[in-house]
Design a protein around this ligand. Structure first.
Ligand SMILES: [Zn+2]
Length: 491
């Protein structure tokens, strides 16, 4: 099946376009949860059986740090399989392989929030550590996972199901992802066209209003695309002894989306409507990460900037922030924090973004990204477009979270329509400011009529030249929530 355009290509080019031999391997994996000696969750046994009868060269963890926590690797007769520096050698094996991984000890030993951690008797661990994968793992190969819960509760990120099994391809390991094991209550919430599976880990202690707050945030995020960008979202909730109800969050995407939140015991007299005191902005921030496709970490200014741009803007548009003064007060406060951090770290915007994790330049990067979004939004609004159009266009162009791309690749890919107007505006804002410590937004704030006095108090000037654009930025999205399929059907 050659497209007309390919027929003129040279023979080597045509050969390169020919479909590869059908070598797609399918491994069925039965994962059984195992108790420890106290009957809490301890680990997993994994039974790997090749559908076409051919085992891969090896079974290995995506992350080598899991290697010491392999308890056993045998064939079906109980004979030990050879183990080398990379994993379990299975090339010569006829039949199935049985592996046992001590996930709880792995979590206790690594104790790394990015990889694995214990939460009371429950355990959070990325599949990179416990779902050992075939090697090689071709792009079109897959493992099909069936979970034997054995009385435990499980939260895994995978969403594709085939023959009653979760389908996991190599792209599931290309991006960070989280899973949880143990005994916990899971609550299903429908909001913004998505189904949220909310797992309250440990003793379930979490703010009572968390479900409502999450639903509000999912609804707020859904107003950008017309529906929440993902049909399903796992939400893992980790209780901590901190007074603030929502402490911090993370969003991961490998094989399917998971939002992870650390929550505290709420102070009894907290004002439910105080986004800052409750930390509820963090819920909207993490869920807003779903608005964009994955971005390479060195371009954190784009994905963190856009998520931070929307965390308060969507709160205002959907009424979680009571009025425009409250919104612009939050924005001005955040921008001042970012500028102060840039004074401290003396990094340029580009360097802060590129080295954010190494230098801790989080607030610098996040709020510089917001400043760039503000500059781009005003320029786009002058031309009848909005950052909203760019975000919609990016999700249409890259609907699947298969790999992280750099900011230039993402923005260059939007070449037409109002999304392109905003893409060019954002590229210009970045290029003009990337080699400076901080994007200068004082002039544009003044033009918008956002007036800040010496004490930091914000008032809004309706006679300012761009007051109309300022009102347009925070105007509630009036369109009803379209079904998710509407997004996929657009070109
Ligand atoms: Zn973020």
């Amino acid at each position: 099946m050659l497209a007309a355009g390919c027929a003129t290509g040279s023979a080597p080019e045509r050969a390169a376009l020919a479909p590869p031999p059908t070598s797609a391997r399918v491994l069925d994996v039965d994962v059984t949860l195992l108790p420890n000696h106290l009957d809490a969750f301890g680990g997993v046994s994994l039974r790997y059986c090749p559908v076409d009868g051919v085992m891969p060269r090896r079974l290995r963890p995506e992350n080598r740090r899991a290697l010491p926590f392999l308890v056993a690797a045998t064939d079906e007769e109980g004979r030990a399989l050879p183990i080398d520096d990379d994993g379990v050698r299975t090339r010569e094996l006829a039949g199935c392989a049985l592996l046992t991984v001590d996930v709880a000890r792995l979590a206790d030993t690594l104790d790394d929030k990015d990889l694995a951690q214990r939460v009371g008797d429950d355990v959070i661990a990325t599949p990179d550590l416990w779902l050992w994968r075939p090697e090689p793992f071709a792009a079109d190969a897959r493992v099909r996972v069936r979970l034997e819960r054995a009385g435990f509760d499980v939260a895994v990120p995978w969403v594709d199901v085939e023959g009653g099994r979760f389908v996991v391809g190599p792209q599931a390991f290309a991006l960070k992802s989280d899973a949880a094991f143990g005994r916990f209550a899971t609550e299903e919430l429908d909001a913004g066209g998505a189904r949220l599976a909310l797992a309250r880990l440990d003793d379930g202690r979490a703010p009572a209003a968390l479900s409502r707050w999450l639903a509000q945030s999912a609804h707020a995020v859904a107003t950008v695309h017309g529906a929440f960008p993902e049909p399903r979202l796992n939400v893992l909730v980790v209780p901590t002894h901190v007074a603030r109800p929502i402490v911090v969050g993370f969003y991961s995407r490998g094989g399917g989306p998971t939002a992870l939140f650390y929550v505290g015991d709420a102070a009894a007299d907290l004002d439910d409507d105080d986004l800052e005191a409750t930390g509820r902005w963090a819920l909207t921030h993490e869920l807003a990460h779903a608005l964009l496709p994955p971005v390479k970490s060195e371009d954190a200014w784009l994905n963190e900037g856009i998520a931070t741009w929307y965390q308060d803007l969507l709160a205002r548009r959907t009424g979680m922030l009571p009025d425009d003064v409250a919104y612009w007060t939050e924005l001005v406060r955040g921008l001042r924090t970012g500028r102060d951090r840039s004074d401290d770290d003396r990094l340029t915007v580009a360097d802060a973004s590129r080295r954010m994790h190494a230098t801790g330049a989080y607030q610098h990067t996040y709020w510089a990204g917001v400043a760039l979004a503000l500059l781009a939004e005003v320029e786009a609004q002058r031309q009848g477009a909005s950052v909203d159009d760019l975000v919609r266009a990016l999700r249409r162009r890259f609907p699947v979270d298969d790999q992280a791309r750099d900011a230039r690749t993402l923005l260059h890919a939007i070449a037409e329509g109002r999304g392109a107007v905003a893409a060019r505006a954002l590229e210009r804002a970045f290029d003009r400011n990337k080699d400076r410590p901080w994007p200068d937004v004082d002039l544009v704030l003044a033009e918008l009529g956002v007036v800040v006095d010496g004490a930091g108090t914000v008032t809004l000037d309706e006679r300012a030249p761009l007051a109309g654009i300022r009102r347009a930025i925070t105007r509630p999205t009036v369109a009803g929530l379209a079904p998710l399929a509407a997004r996929a059907s657009e070109p």
